[in-house]
Design a protein around this ligand. Structure first.
Ligand SMILES: O=P(O)(O)OC[C@H]1O[C@](O)(CO)[C@@H](O)[C@@H]1O
Length: 228
């Protein structure tokens, strides 16, 4: 069970970096749009410096043909390092690009996955990660839980190395369901993760403990000044 942050916002990454256990950052052109026009090499390098070398960075290609996608992948990794995961939508051109890029030892995250067939092609093509779109599947009346369970099953039975990186979440319940269905990892807007800890009953429990403690040991005292 792993989390990634689905954002390119530097402030959010810096803030939540200190809070949640997470293993990487994902983005796509729509997520980048929210940051306005940027010097992208500089921006991604900044992200790399915040998250450190142990966590992964997943960057989506923008070209429409496999030839251009392959060129983009080379350019991105030339600027940002071969450790970057190249995100490629699973359509004809995308699959063609993955075939070549895997031969060239690139790390690949297959994305825009709505169907079992798309994911199975990506697994067979050797994708390192598979990003099924949970909320978008639900919006399309596709059973996201069945699709993710199917991938988990295929990977287990076939002994594939591909990991399921469930994506497109609009609430924390969807994230938990994706894990229940066998997703290895979920990429989530860190603001959504933050909101999942801001529940009134959590606050009530914490403040009740504080009140009970202070009723006995005095206001403002903690173990720090009582155990000297
Ligand atoms: O439905 P949404 O919120 O646009 O999400 C699409 C998802 O696709 C991804 O690009 C994953 O490949 C994520 O970055 C994002 O979670």
């Amino acid at each position: 069970m792993e989390l990634m942050f689905d954002t390119a916002n530097l402030d959010n990454i810096r803030y939540f970096n200190g809070i949640f256990p997470y293993v990487g950052i994902t983005s796509n052109p729509s997520i980048l749009k929210k940051e306005g026009k940027r010097d992208l090499v500089h921006h991604f390098k900044e992200i790399q410096s915040i998250i450190g070398g142990e966590r992964s960075l997943h960057i989506q290609l923008t070209a429409g043909t496999s030839e251009k996608m392959i060129e983009e992948a080379y350019k991105i990794t030339e600027k940002l390092g071969k450790e970057v995961y190249i995100k490629i939508p699973i359509n004809e051109e995308g699959l063609k690009a993955i075939k070549q890029l895997k031969q060239d030892h690139f790390k690949i995250t297959a994305t825009a996955i709505y169907t079992m067939a798309q994911g199975d092609y990506a697994i067979m093509a050797g994708a390192d990660y598979l990003a099924p779109y949970y909320n978008r599947m639900e919006n399309t009346n596709i059973n996201a839980e069945n699709v993710i369970s199917h991938f988990a099953d295929r990977i287990e039975v076939g002994g594939y190395q591909t990991k399921i990186l469930a994506a497109s979440f609009k609430n924390i319940g969807q994230v938990m369901k994706a894990f229940n269905c066998g997703a290895h990892c979920a990429t989530v807007d860190p603001m959504l993760l933050g909101d999942s800890l801001k529940l009134p009953f959590i606050e009530t429990a914490v403040s009740d403990f504080k009140k009970d403690w202070e009723a006995v040991y005095g206001q403002g005292n903690t173990f720090l000044n009582l155990l000297d």
